[in-house]
Ligand binder design. Structure first.
Ligand SMILES: C[S@@+](CC[C@H](N)C(=O)[O-])C[C@H]1O[C@@H](n2cnc3c(N)ncnc32)[C@H](O)[C@@H]1O
Length: 201
């Protein structure tokens, strides 16, 4: 298993760095430079594989017998070229990526796995977080005001029982302080489950 994961990690990293080099040829607008990070992939996909498999086991234990992983909806907020959505797809999730930057979105659309979705959109205004069981992000924006706008929307709209994963633990403290969320695991940074709707004790 360890050997398979290592092979998968290497393939993904080689393939991601090729596309990253391609994307660096595109000029960015002033607006996208000041508000949005360029596509920078999560640096250690082995941690993500581990976290997704932990989450997969936990969800399978909880789900009704007649259900399967394809009923578990995963979204990568700021999916870049889709590197994480490919891993989530391999773990069996029903996957969606949302990406703002046009050139990056086009690559994600080209690499999209059968049945997965890629949306060109803005995660700060996206209106369907309630549909997902797992919301993943890796610091999409530089601007902390925008990051909080995105987080507040996702954290308010997501359903009880859904998970939010912050790769690298960016804004982990922000989520941890909110009493609606319970800290689950620390491998990729921070993973939280929404356990109630109201932010009290
Ligand atoms: C740091 S990369 C993360 C890529 C991938 N999710 C990962 O974990 O490897 C952040 C991505 O978020 C995108 N992004 C930034 N702001 C966004 C926004 N408001 N809406 C959608 N995507 C956004 C960027 O274009 C970039 O591709």
């Amino acid at each position: 298993m360890k050997c398979h994961c290592e092979a998968l990690r290497r393939v993904i990293e080689i393939y991601v760095s090729g596309y990253q080099a391609d994307l660096s040829k595109y000029k960015r607008t002033k607006e996208s430079r000041s508000n949005h990070h360029r596509f920078v992939p999560a640096w250690n996909s082995i941690n993500i594989i581990d976290t997704l498999s932990y989450l997969r086991k936990l969800l399978i234990r909880r789900m009704p017998k007649e259900s399967n992983m394809k009923s578990v909806k995963f979204i990568d907020c700021g999916c870049g070229i889709g590197n994480i959505t490919i891993l989530a797809y391999a773990a069996g999730f029903d996957v969606t990526g949302i990406e703002y930057d046009l050139a990056t979105y086009k690559v994600a659309e080209r690499l999209r796995q059968p049945g997965s979705k890629v949306i060109r959109g803005d995660i700060t205004t996206y209106g369907n977080y309630a549909d997902y069981d797992v919301i993943y992000f890796y610091v999409p924006m530089i601007c902390s005001k925008k990051m909080k706008k995105f987080l507040n929307r996702a954290m308010n709209d997501m359903k009880v029982g859904a998970f939010i994963i912050s790769y690298g633990a960016y804004y982990g403290d922000y989520i941890r302080k909110d009493k609606r969320f319970e800290h689950k695991k620390n491998k990729v940074g921070a993973m939280f489950e929404k356990v109630k709707e109201i932010n009290n004790k």
